[in-house]
Design a protein around this ligand. Structure first.
Ligand SMILES: Cc1cc2nc3c(=O)[nH]c(=O)nc-3n(C[C@H](O)[C@H](O)[C@H](O)COP(=O)(O)OP(=O)(O)OC[C@H]3O[C@@H](n4cnc5c(N)ncnc54)[C@H](O)[C@@H]3O)c2cc1C
Length: 389
């Protein structure tokens, strides 16, 4: 479907060919069992797609953000789901931008090769939710060479399928921090030291509306070596925000892929399904919702491309990253709803994959950031309205 960045056409062809090996039946079976798509993630890793953003000097392909976005879009437009592995692409950015040279050399080549999986991003907590600065998980200095972590995270996706977690924890009590945004630190937590789950760490899966491999993680005196602290102690919130903008662009791309998949499905079906002696797609009542979704998707796609371009250029692109994610999530959700409506009763049948994709794409106006928080960001930071929270 048009709108694709032709510069990355070859990469997209490769992704599409890989995705063809993982058809609807594969995803349907996993969905029923709430099982992780291990074979799919392995294929993507081996083909190097998940290392797209890792620079060549650390074993990755050093591609620009627009290429990474094209990969995620193509995965979703092919009917597959990148949520099982997308964190591997962007979470490493925090190490790349703020880690020491020793950390980069230790982790990035191993991640690029697939020897170590960095799929888990531990930010959200049950009591603080979106209010990240109120998180309660603490990391206290243990002499000079380590930290002891206590607390709980929720919605830590893929923790069961990851070796490493990028963990945000409080190292200075909130009322003692010099600035509101200081006092949090980022750590690389090796969850499987020697293959075993690290002592004091408990991971509990949460069964959700869609197959998402998300979990709760409990920390009971979990030890993290001081060398695993990224950057400066107390600056973690700032480091994490940078990574979140990359996440928003990539998830926006996934939503564009989903929207294209729904629009393509609806269009084909509207051409084939004949009632009252003509294809249902000949009725404007059926055509117009599809055309409207196409228009909405193309507008959102422009914002995703704009955010990816600004990411590559550097500078402040927070507003564009937020708008890209929000507009794309709204476009995919509108297309999902339209696709069910176009298919009538068949939209609800598992074998059409529409109801599965419908459940999967619903997530993105809530996570990784919910609609209201995007709107309040724009109100405050772009429009200069008073801070509302
Ligand atoms: C399947 C899934 C996977 C996830 N994966 C991860 C992950 O890997 N790592 C991770 O750290 N997190 C993850 N998350 C968490 C996700 O980022 C949060 O769910 C999301 O940011 C919303 O936070 P919350 O659920 O705590 O909602 P809350 O913060 O409790 O908000 C509830 C509602 O209130 C609204 N609201 C809150 N404050 C305001 C305000 N001031 N003004 C107006 N409205 C407001 C919100 O917009 C929302 O609609 C995941 C979540 C899900 C469901």
């Amino acid at each position: 479907m048009s709108g694709r960045d032709e510069e990355f056409a070859e990469i997209c062809e490769g992704v599409r060919a890989l995705c063809e090996k993982f058809p609807g039946e594969y995803w349907r079976e996993l969905d029923r069992e709430r099982a992780y798509p291990t074979a799919f993630v392995k294929s993507l890793t081996e083909a190097g797609y998940l290392a797209a953003l890792i620079p060549e000097q650390y074993g990755g392909s050093g591609l620009p953000m627009r290429a990474a976005a094209a990969i995620m879009e193509e995965i979703h437009a092919s009917g597959c789901n990148g949520a099982a592995c997308h964190a591997q692409m962007y979470t490493m950015g925090t190490i790349l931008r703020h880690g020491s040279e020793a950390q980069k050399k230790k982790y990035l080549p191993a991640i690029a090769e697939g020897k170590q999986r960095l799929q888990a991003f531990g930010v959200t907590e049950p009591t603080s939710g979106t209010d990240t600065l109120s998180l309660r998980t603490t990391a206290k200095r243990d002499g000079n060479d380590g930290y002891i972590v206590n607390g709980q995270k929720i919605w830590t996706s893929r923790a069961e399928h990851s070796d490493l977690m990028l963990l945000l924890a409080r190292t200075t009590p909130k009322d003692e921090a010099k600035k509101r945004t200081e006092g949090l630190s980022v750590f690389i937590l090796n969850m499987r030291e020697g293959g075993e789950l690290t002592k004091g760490l408990t991971i509990k899966p949460i069964r959700t509306m869609m197959n998402h491999a998300t979990t709760e993680v409990f920390f009971d005196n979990v030890r993290v070596p001081a060398e695993n602290l990224i950057g400066e102690e107390g600056q973690g919130f700032r480091y994490i925000l940078g990574g979140m903008n990359a996440e928003r662009i990539l998830i926006g791309s996934e939503c564009i892929g989903d929207a294209k998949w729904f629009i393509e499905k609806a269009t084909s079906y509207a051409k084939e399904r004949a009632l009252f002696g003509r294809p249902i797609g000949q009725n404007q009542g059926v055509q117009f919702p599809i055309a409207r979704c196409y228009m909405q998707m193309r507008a959102a796609e422009l914002m995703v491309h704009e955010a990816a371009r600004l990411y590559e250029a550097g500078g402040d692109f927070g507003a564009q990253a937020n708008m890209a994610k929000q507009l794309a999530a709204e476009a995919s959700w509108a297309a999902a709803d339209m696709c069910v409506q176009t298919h009538g009763g068949f939209g609800f049948a598992e074998e059409y994959d529409i109801e599965r994709k419908f459940r999967e794409t619903r997530l993105y106006t809530v996570a990784p950031i919910s609609t209201n928080l995007v709107l309040s960001y724009l109100a405050e930071h772009v429009l200069g309205l008073p801070r509302s929270y």
